[in-house]
Design a protein around this ligand. Structure first.
Ligand code: NAP
Ligand code: HSE
Length: 451
């Protein structure tokens, strides 16, 4: 080494680590620290500088006492981390929407970029948070908020950025997918499998958000905004869960060549975008139908690339941490490249956003699965067919299981061609008044997913 090279080396500043504060040391917070520590060499090589966790906050401080031995400052006050002058990036993984919002907005006001896994927070307050971040010139990473470890936001933002996204449909709640998979493969009813999901730790103690489709709707609101450049419109999503689903319908669906999945679906149509979460029959031979257990999967239709499918773990400590840490690294890259430059269009969030009308559910056109519990007597099928025909509902299949006694109650199953939801509702209102038809008539959407 020459003398001049040696003196350049001597004056080179030490590499400054990226300093991270984690708020909430539960499943995802713990996973994030583990991944950052275990893969620190790889991460430093990729980012060009180390990432160091300097601060951790948790409600019960005793849970994080041990971190002091690693030189990490510990706090019971979440806001102390959001405000700490020695923290560059705040990781919000405590959940909830009240204090979490305050924490995120405080960090932004302090000029810190934020990574969050909190889909509920962003579905409800995302617009305000992203606007504040843009004004403050900081980044919000939220890959972990949608489909856990699957990097679907990066796919939409980067890999498919050349495409006009036509639609996307996904299994984006692992708990519901586990329940539906078990109901199908073991023939168990909803309540039995839900109890099993809770025992295995898939479902929350209060599983309402999972089984009522609300968690999937939170995620869909973010996916749709990313795909179509529209605002986050959680309140406009049509949301149905799986609680009312009966195993008999899963069995009938199977005998007709379909599987039942809880889908989050958003589609561009000339009259607006569809935004809906509900159980649906999907053809058993399509790849999405074969994604079982607690896994997530998202099928994206781009105009140039056609259909592409992304499958993986939608939850869990390290799969979710994988997405959290990827966002920290991306933010570290932006900060290293342009430390003082405000992002003109928050690179991790949405670029241009424009109002896009949401198609009312009554206008949505799909095929339907209908199950009519009826008295088994002559002329009932003719009555059903007449009313469906009067509402322009055209049938593609009709099934009655043989061997049931005349005069008893039997199930008539019908699959329709593609038809407006409003037409099916009008027909069902008339059919439910027939003396031979017993309640309730079951109505499920059928989605061919481009097949
Ligand atoms: P978790 O296991 O319940 O952990 C949450 C942690 O935050 C707990 O350690 C809790 O402390 C702490 N906390 C709660 N309120 C706090 C407060 N006011 N101040 C400081 N700490 C507080 O939850 P999680 O599963 O990790 O989920 C965290 C976030 O990630 C949620 O928004 C969730 O929706 C999202 N997410 C989770 C997953 C997943 O697989 N788990 C996947 C994707 C996204 P205490 O234990 O002392 O109460
Ligand atoms: N409760 C969620 C699920 C976990 O079951 O998919 C992560 O979003």
């Amino acid at each position: 080494m020459s003398t001049s090279q040696a003196s350049v080396e001597a004056v080179k500043p030490a590499i400054k680590p990226l300093r991270v504060g984690i708020i909430g040391f539960g499943t995802v917070g713990g996973g994030t620290l583990s991944v950052l520590q275990r893969n620190q060499e790889e991460i430093q090589r990729r980012l060009g500088r180390p990432i160091v966790v300097t601060d951790v906050a948790n409600r019960r401080i005793e849970k994080i006492n041990v971190l002091k031995n690693e030189g990490i400052r510990i706090h019971s006050d979440a806001l102390a981390v959001a405000r700490h002058p020695d923290v560059d990036v705040v990781i919000e993984v405590m959940g909830g929407t009240t204090l979490a919002k305050e924490v995120v907005l405080t960090a932004i006001a302090e000029g810190k970029s934020v990574v969050t896994a909190n889909k509920a927070l962003l579905a409800l307050h995302g617009q305000e948070i992203f606007n504040a971040a843009k004004q403050a010139g900081v980044h919000i990473g939220f890959e972990a908020a949608v489909a856990g470890g699957i990097p679907i936001l990066k796919v939409l933002r980067e890999g498919l950025t050349a495409n006009r996204i036509e639609w996307l449909a996904g299994i984006i709640n692992g708990t519901s997918n586990f329940i539906l998979s078990e109901m199908r493969s073991k023939g168990l009813d909803f309540a039995t499998v839900l109890a099993e999901a809770q025992r295995l730790g898939y479902a929350e103690a209060d599983p309402t958000f999972d089984v009522e489709g609300i968690d999937a709707a939170h995620k869909l609101s973010l996916l749709s905004a990313m795909a179509f450049g529209s605002p986050i419109q959680f309140d406009k999503i049509h949301t149905e869960g799986i609680r009312a689903l009966q195993s008999v319908d899963i069995r009938y669906a199977e005998s007709l060549g379909y599987r039942v999945k809880l889908l989050g679906l958003t589609r561009r149509t000339p009259k607006g975008i569809e935004l809906r979460v509900h159980p649906a029959l999907v053809p058993a031979n399509c790849l999405l139908a074969q994604v079982d257990g607690a896994k997530n999967a998202i099928l994206v239709q781009g105009d140039a690339v056609g259909p592409t499918l992304y499958v993986g773990a939608g939850a869990g400590a390290e799969p979710t941490a994988s997405a959290v840490v990827a966002d920290i690294i991306d933010i570290g890259r932006y900060l290293s490249e342009a430390p003082h430059k405000a992002p003109t269009a928050a690179p991790l969030a949405f670029n241009e956003q424009k109002e896009v009308a949401v198609l009312p559910m009554s206008e949505v056109e799909t095929s339907f699965y209908l199950r009519f519990p009826v008295t088994d007597r002559p002329g009932v099928v003719a009555e059903l067919s007449r009313i469906l025909a009067e509402h322009n509902v055209s049938l593609s299949a009709l099934l009655q299981k043989p061997g049931q006694e005349s005069g008893g109650i039997v199930d008539i199953i019908v699959l329709t061609h593609c038809v407006k939801e409003s037409a099916v509702h009008a027909a069902l209102a008339e059919i439910e008044d027939l003396a031979a038809v017993h309640q309730p008539v079951i109505r499920l959407h059928v989605e061919t997913l481009g097949g």
